[in-house]
Design a protein around this ligand. Sequence first.
Ligand SMILES: C[S@@+](CC[C@H](N)C(=O)[O-])C[C@H]1O[C@@H](n2cnc3c(N)ncnc32)[C@H](O)[C@@H]1O
Length: 260
Amino acid sequence: MERSIYEFPDIFRRVHMEKPGDIEREVEFLKRVWQRHLKRRVRRVLDIACGDSPHGQLLAREGVEVAGIDRSPTMIAAGRAESGHGGTIRFHRRKIEKFRIPEQPFDVAFFMSETFPVMTRNADLMSHLKSVGDLLRRGGLYCVDIDRHDGIELIKARRLWRRRRVKAGRVRVDVREYHRPVAWYEVEQPVYELECTIHFPEGDVVTRDLVPVRYTIPPLMELAARASGMFEMIACYSDLSFTTPLAQCYGRWLAVLRRV
Ligand SMILES: C[S@@+](CC[C@H](N)C(=O)[O-])C[C@H]1O[C@@H](n2cnc3c(N)ncnc32)[C@H](O)[C@@H]1O
């Protein structure tokens, strides 16, 4: 079986081009969104597809109660190890498509790192929103971070999109990103394939992750929220800003859903 980049929590951050201070900026923006749209103090948060929960780690150190769900045991183990150095996070190993966890209701939930569009089936999208909705108080917020989807092109064969080399500590990683074709009637963009050759001193390891990406734009998110019967979309923000219009969005947007 091929290995996944998520087996290497320290390396995946570099591969995903995260820069120092990115997570701090995201957390600060989330807090401003909560202040703006939620009339009460945020005490309990749920981090969806949390990985090692870098956002949750910062919030937990400020005294917020954090729980996270993710399917990757390696990412969760890394999160648990880090969570010992400050506030504690409760990690639950679950799939995001449909889940239940033994937790009291949360004030807010968030889904960062542009991973929400991996849910390509309508049924998964609905059961996901229902699962999150069941864990939120009425009026609670669900903030979802999504990259800007445009320029979709139907391709007929697997195609190299980008090549780059990154360094994670002392380890060099060659990254190749491919697009794979999908049928015209699929709701996906071309499937994203991430191939990393990690040059460890003891030998190379190759990882490969296939990431389906559902075409996700604000009106479709609004529709999905309503269709779930759990949420309404109350705002959309571009690039961690309250003032940048969607038309000028450079990289990503944040959907703010309210539990009805
Ligand atoms: C790009 S990482 C983001 C992790 C974290 N939110 C962050 O900001 O660093 C995506 C995470 O989504 C998780 N993931 C992807 N698909 C999933 C699924 N179907 N169910 C549960 N977790 C999933 C992966 O295990 C990984 O930890």
